[in-house]
Design a protein around this ligand. Structure first.
Ligand SMILES: Nc1ncnc2c1ncn2[C@@H]1O[C@H](COP(=O)(O)OS(=O)(=O)O)[C@@H](OP(=O)(O)O)[C@H]1O
Length: 395
């Protein structure tokens, strides 16, 4: 019996094949999954469901379960002790909105996360133990994270790989694999993070807002490299990216609807302006700990910014390295043209499902004007001015 006949479903559920990044429980999946639960798991599920009154968005309504579906394994984040009551209660208490790809976004500590991502944030906050030598690459989504990861990886490993044209990990692997995300990779699905392959200094990526960084990061001397991008190009890049993650069945998100959400701050790790402002202020307060970079500045003066980055990270280029062209070599290796044309980045995908090529689109400054109306551009400029007016930060 088709599942839709026994259990009317919302139409915005992501299909089971969505990348893990955005996958979320939906009622359809729950109906399917419950058919394959062991008796213990069913009990556990029922107890957890009954333990607390859930809001509509999380409520597991009883629905007749079809019996003829193939078994589908329960996503790990729902398997785990059936999602602790504490976490259910927390999620239930948070403001919730419909996501751009996933069903729900929850506002936690002032910023928006999908359900799955939020659980990973909580795990990361509880478990990550920062070391003083760690380097965290903190970015707003679609600000050039992939580029920054490549640059810092190449910078920190330049002695080990002196001839990047011949042999370099970046030629064979995507930057997101070489510099994994804390919450989106190492702690996703209640994973026990494995650091055995990391060498010091450990490099991590994260989109976490300052307020949500694990205490161990706040209390350590580890360095934070922060990267953001003007909100107009950030929005357009995010709109394209999330549309790529949506399946044909789901269709594309309209520009207008997502624009409205972005302006209201309702987007992954949004509000954009609060994210950048927190780190901007922190970089002014603690310049030895937080380096604040803009995508546009790296585009405009790549060499200047790379030299600045190397100094900040305590590994400045020697005069000989500069003469020998090491700075240029790193920039060439990490350029949009080089990375996006590598076989690995044309054909590979993350374990979580995103194709590497989705991280490379145009890589230019000012593409927003090709997509947004003059009114939309003005509106974003106005919000930016209102939010950042007395901060000294401009885009
Ligand atoms: N090497 C290099 N140089 C310059 N620009 C680059 C590079 N690699 C990726 N990109 C562009 O960065 C945008 C993707 O942002 P992120 O890497 O931050 O995405 S993510 O947050 O990690 O999902 C996305 O921007 P748009 O092209 O404007 O969509 C990518 O094309």
């Amino acid at each position: 019996m088709p599942i839709t006949e026994s259990c009317p479903l919302p139409t915005d559920l992501p299909p089971v094949s969505l990348p893990k990044y955005v996958e979320e429980e939906g009622r359809q999946q729950q109906c399917r999954q419950l058919t394959s639960l062991s008796p213990t798991e069913k009990d556990c599920h029922t107890q957890a469901s009954e333990a607390i009154t859930m809001p509509a968005v999380l409520n597991l309504d009883p629905c007749p379960l079809p019996t003829d579906l193939p078994p589908v394994s329960l996503p790990k984040y729902l398997q785990e002790e059936c999602l602790t009551q504490e976490r259910r209660q927390l999620i239930a208490s948070l403001p919730t909105e419909k996501g751009w790809v996933a069903n729900h976004l929850h506002q936690y500590q002032g910023f928006w996360h999908t359900t799955r991502q939020l659980l990973a944030v909580l795990t990361c906050q509880n478990q990550f133990q920062a070391q003083d030598t760690d380097i965290l690459l903190v970015t707003t989504p679609k600000s050039g994270t992939t580029w920054l990861k490549a640059i810092v990886f190449a910078l920190m490993n330049r002695v080990q790989y002196p001839n990047p044209e011949v042999k370099h990990p970046l030629l064979a692997e995507n930057p997101h694999v070489l510099v994994p995300f804390l919450e989106l990779e190492l702690y996703i699905d209640n994973r026990v993070a494995d650091f055995t392959t990391f060498t010091s200094p450990r490099l991590f990526g994260t989109h976490l807002p300052l307020v949500s960084l694990p205490d161990s990061v706040k209390n350590s001397a580890c360095k934070l490299v922060y990267l953001c991008r003007n909100p107009k190009d950030t929005f357009v890049s995010l709109w394209h990216f999330t549309n790529k993650l949506r399946t044909k069945d789901m269709g594309e998100n309209s520009l207008e609807e997502t624009f409205d959400k972005f302006c209201r701050g309702v987007c992954l790790y949004g509000p954009f302006w609060d994210h950048v402002l927190e780190y901007w202020k922190e970089s002014l307060k603690k310049p030895e700990r937080v380096l604040f970079l803009k995508y546009e500045e790296i585009k405009e003066q790549p060499k200047v910014q790379l030299v600045r980055l190397a100094q900040f990270l305590g590994c400045p280029f020697s005069a000989q390295e500069e003469t020998n062209g090491v700075v240029d070599e790193i920039l060439k290796l990490c350029s949009f043209d080089t990375l996006s044309n590598l076989e690995v980045n044309k054909t590979g995908k993350l374990v979580s499902g995103e194709e590497y090529k989705a991280f490379f689109r145009r890589g230019e400054v000012g593409d927003a004007k090709n997509h947004l109306t003059p009114q939309m551009m003005e509106k974003l400029d106005q919000i930016t001015q209102d939010k950042l007016h007395d901060s000294g930060l401009i885009f």
